[in-house]
Design a protein around this ligand. Structure first.
Ligand SMILES: CC(C)(COP(=O)(O)OP(=O)(O)OC[C@H]1O[C@@H](n2cnc3c(N)ncnc32)[C@H](O)[C@@H]1OP(=O)(O)O)[C@@H](O)C(=O)NCCC(=O)NCCS
Length: 165
């Protein structure tokens, strides 16, 4: 199965989250116990990748965010207006079920999130992620994300790069 075989859609009540297992307990617990409440309260949006049998193979969350201009690498920050905050979209969580790892789905979900954010009518400069550990940070760097100089587990990617995905 390749990443092209999955359909990405907003999470809804018909989707079965109970058996989702990414190997990360906090990410699984959040998805099974918390995410629908957060969606209802409008503090996050959640998208799922479905197989043709409607099994959930992966998910990610998106919410409005901002970054401090002074946290960006100076080579990038100096090209932006000198407001203290830079608008962004945060991908709070990203997880792929263990049965579907290594198929390109994680990369496809990243590309899907970048596309959604880039095509919103509300402007945002970048996608920002908080990697849970160095391995996750390496995954994002592999896809072009740039670590913040003073906080390398927070990474960002300008949405202007979307055409490259
Ligand atoms: C990280 C995760 C989302 C990756 O999903 P995946 O579907 O297995 O990854 P993909 O198959 O899409 O990998 C895409 C590319 O990233 C690379 N990659 C995967 N993990 C990587 C890592 N830790 N470091 C560097 N590159 C990595 C792959 O080699 C592949 O490269 P290629 O496109 O050049 O062939 C998945 O392993 C996961 O859910 N992990 C547990 C939760 C987690 O760590 N989430 C991260 C957010 S905190």
């Amino acid at each position: 199965m390749s990443a092209a075989k999955f359909r990405v859609t907003p999470l809804d009540a018909e989707h079965d989250r109970a058996t989702f297992s990414s190997g990360s307990k906090p990410l699984d617990r959040y998805f099974q116990q918390q995410v629908t409440q957060d969606v209802r309260r409008r503090v996050t949006a959640c998208f799922v990748a479905l197989t043709s049998e409607r099994r959930i193979a992966g998910y990610y969350t998106l919410a409005a965010a901002s970054m401090l201009l002074n946290d960006l690498p100076s080579s990038i920050g100096k090209k932006l207006p000198r407001y203290p905050l830079v608008p962004a979209v945060r991908m709070g969580r990203l997880a792929v079920d263990q049965d579907f790892k290594g198929l390109g789905l994680g990369g496809a979900l990243l590309a899907d999130a970048m596309n959604r954010a880039a095509h919103s009518e509300i402007a945002a400069y970048a996608m920002v992620v908080d990697a849970k550990d160095k391995k996750a940070a390496a995954f994002y760097q592999h896809h072009g994300f740039i670590p913040l100089p003073n906080s390398p587990l927070t990474l960002f990617l300008p949405l202007a790069t979307v055409a490259a995905f």
